[in-house]
Design a protein around this ligand. Structure first.
Ligand SMILES: [Zn+2]
Length: 248
């Protein structure tokens, strides 16, 4: 399978949850509010023998009317119309920014030929919870849309994509495993966001259930090493992905 990271840039994020662009050549982390974290915003494309998969959709920023996500895809030789499935780990603003072309219920989906895989409870929760973590107006296009597969819990699609509700970073967060032949790609969204969270055990304040998230990370890192997974890190500024060779 071919993996293409689609970075939208590096940012700092502090307690206000605001993302501020960070340019390592001119900015200093020490100039940002205490406790600021350095994060990448980085959706992925995975090209398999059956699909062009998009994993999460970034911030939804536009330049001259064109979505940054579309531009990044085209720079990699992929037309947005070629994406066949959009797999959404959860619907926080920094992951679901570009599900649609615009805000509001009448907006077109940004991937006209793709099926979108969303947990039903996550979508409901986004509207219930509102604008603190979600951008409900930009999610309205997902409601009642025939392209959207509303998932109820764990399952599998097309015999090679598995999803599991993990619910630690946010209550209805899901993780994905994509398996073709001997290759396993793991996308844990914000429950496996960066390499350092996988290597070091700590309870993070940004997780709804910090202890559960920590346990999941430990479990996945161990299992990934044994089974030779490739981890995709949505928020890692240095390592978009890491592949374990697998144990004999
Ligand atoms: Zn995130």
């Amino acid at each position: 399978m071919r993996i293409i990271p689609l970075s939208e840039g590096t940012f700092t994020i502090d307690q206000t949850k605001r993302l501020v662009p960070f340019d390592a050549s001119s900015h200093q982390l020490t100039d940002r509010p205490v406790g600021s974290l350095l994060v990448e915003i980085q959706p992925f494309v995975v090209i398999t023998s059956k699909d062009v998969l998009l994993l999460d959709t970034g911030l939804g920023l536009k330049k001259e009317g064109v979505l940054q996500l579309h531009r990044n895809l085209m720079d990699n030789g992929i037309n947005p119309g070629e994406v066949t499935k959009v797999l959404l780990s959860h619907l926080h603003k920094d992951h679901a920014g570009a599900v649609g072309m615009d805000e509001g219920p009448a907006a077109e989906l940004s991937f006209p030929h793709a099926l979108y895989y969303v947990q039903r409870a996550e979508l409901d929760y986004a509207f219930e919870k509102g604008s603190a973590s979600f951008a409900p107006a930009s999610l309205e296009c997902l409601r009642g849309n025939p392209q959207v597969q509303l998932l109820d819990g764990n399952g599998e699609t097309d015999g090679y994509i598995r999803y599991e509700v993990t619910g630690a970073h946010s209550p209805h967060h899901q993780a994905f495993w994509i398996q073709e032949e001997n290759e396993i790609i793991f996308f844990g969204g914000d429950e496996a966001p960066q390499l350092q969270q996988m290597k070091h055990r700590f309870v993070a304040k940004y997780d709804a259930d910090g202890k559960k998230a920590m346990e999941l990370r430990r479990k996945w890192w161990q299992l990934g090493e044994v089974e030779g997974w490739t981890f995709l890190f949505y928020h890692d500024v240095k390592h978009p992905s890491i592949t374990f060779p697998g144990l004999p």
